[in-house]
Design a protein. Structure first.
Length: 475
């Protein structure tokens, strides 16, 4: 077999392959055997039909077509390996010449991973929020806890700000009650903003049995984003009583004996959260700076497929769960179709570029993924998916997605290497040490994996060899 590689652009090549006919012998034998098993010819036992009879009855062309389809994957793979190509997606194969007994010639155009040069990234500098916890932050945290332990008492008076009202709701559009526009017995804290716009003004001043009508743009349901006429009826008014902020409250609401200990624990938790937010910001902003440093040609077909995948997932999976269509989604987002298309394309480019760069860093830094790291990442992904670790692991194995998870962890480790080399300062100008705590340091690789997963996971098609669903290129 002879093969040659022609570079069409930095991300696409054309393979030209010539195969001597004798190298098709095994595939020809397999083709005759397959046809033997599928057809019946009077006078011959099934499976014992001579090749010359098959040629006469069904045509030599049918045998050659079957043989070529069987042989193409092998010869294509040999040409890819010979050319040392890192191919992406499925090739476009064109049979140029098929001379019976002499020669098979074909071309295969396919996208390839572009060659990427990673420059010195040690000069990257980013700024993140300062991990400061003030007394007001602690007060807010304790108040939120206090709010959860509030008690209510029914009162016979008009509802006021801070009261809990039990309400029945009915939403209409153009005089018609929406199918999902009726709700009863909902408890709502006036002023919390947890329900629908306009309800605070509507219920304030109403006693039990009172009702009011107001206009509001619906936040969810079948008419999300549309203005509806909402009738609210108050069935009960309750006053909220908050517990005293003292040691008794601390003992009731936590494992601590004193309010001072509770506040100290709140400070510790808030500081930990702020440090985690710092690490996440650092990873995201370092990644953005790294993307600016590296030129990455994007394969056109891969980009088109990625954009289509993102749109399909949104329109056929995410939006139906929300009960809206793409038109309603665009209205809610305040975007035109053109703006949505441009944003989707930009996100797809970033995802593909991120994966290519981090994969190159994995190779450059010779990063490996051990079983413990993979298991930890699997546990985190299972938790975010709402599945048990066993269920998620089974789905990953059955779907052949283990390499995908390994890639996510490896790319996370690559990003962690860049973050470690970067200078990270907070808004006060202080240098941020992201490895202050041993536990945070140990989890940095997996945290970075999570940081890049959403950006790059939709570009996982770039990891797939150039195959069809059955593992074979198609002509």
């Amino acid at each position: 077999m002879k093969s040659a590689v022609e570079t069409l652009n930095p991300t696409r090549v054309r393979l030209t392959v010539e195969v001597p006919f004798e190298e098709l012998k095994d595939s020809l034998d397999a083709a005759y055997k397959k046809i033997n098993e599928q057809v019946t010819v009077k006078g011959f036992r099934k499976g014992k039909i001579p090749a010359r009879v098959i040629d006469q009855r069904f045509g030599r062309g049918a045998v050659l077509e079957e043989a070529v389809n069987d042989a193409l994957p092998k010869f294509y793979t040999e040409a890819v390996n010979e050319g040392e190509l890192n191919v992406l997606g499925q090739p476009e194969v064109d049979i140029k010449e098929l001379k019976d007994g002499e020669l098979l010639s074909f071309t295969a155009e396919v996208d390839i991973r572009p060659e990427i040069t990673i420059p010195d990234y040690s000069g990257i500098e980013v700024t993140v929020d300062a991990a400061e916890v003030g007394e007001e932050d602690i007060d807010k945290s304790v108040e939120q806890l206090r709010d959860r332990f509030a008690s209510t008492t029914a009162v016979e008076r008009a509802a006021a700000d801070g009261d809990v009202v039990t309400v029945d709701l009915e939403a209409k559009i153009d005089g018609e009650v929406l199918e999902d526009g009726v709700a009863s017995g909902i408890d709502y804290v006036i002023g919390s903003g947890d329900l629908i716009e306009g309800i605070d003004d509507a219920v304030t001043g109403l006693e039990a049995g009172g009702e009011a009508t107001f206009a509001s743009v619906l936040k969810g349901g079948s008419a999300e984003g549309k203005e509806a006429e909402v009738t609210v009826k108050v069935t009960e008014v309750k006053t909220r009583e908050l517990p005293e902020l003292d040691d008794d409250f601390a003992q009731m609401a936590s494992e601590f004996d004193t309010l001072e200990e509770l506040r100290a624990d709140s400070r510790k938790r808030l500081e930990s959260m702020k440090r985690y937010d710092q690490a996440t910001q650092a990873q995201e902003r370092v990644l953005d700076e790294l993307l600016k440093l590296v030129e990455v040609p994007i394969p056109e077909k891969l980009l088109a497929d990625e954009v289509e995948t993102r749109k399909h997932n949104l329109e056929h999976h995410q939006l139906p769960q929300m009960g809206i269509d793409i038109a309603q989604y665009l209205q809610i987002q305040g975007k035109t179709q053109e703006e949505f298309d441009a944003e989707t394309s930009e996100q797809a480019v970033k995802g593909i570029k991120t994966q290519f760069i981090l994969d190159e860093l994995v190779n450059k830094e010779k990063l490996n993924v051990n079983q413990e790291e993979l298991t930890e990442h699997l546990m985190r992904r299972a938790q975010s998916s709402g599945m048990s670790p066993d269920q998620f692991a089974q789905a990953v194995v059955e779907g052949g997605q283990v390499p995908m998870l390994v890639g996510e962890v490896a790319r996370g480790k690559a990003l962690a290497v860049v973050v470690e080399a970067a200078k990270v300062v907070d808004t006060n100008g202080e240098t941020v040490d992201l490895d202050d705590e041993e536990e945070e340091s140990a989890e940095s690789g997996d945290a970075a994996a999570e940081a890049v997963t959403e950006t790059a996971e939709a570009a996982e098609g770039a990891e797939t060899p150039a195959e069809g669903e059955d593992g074979k290129p198609t002509a």
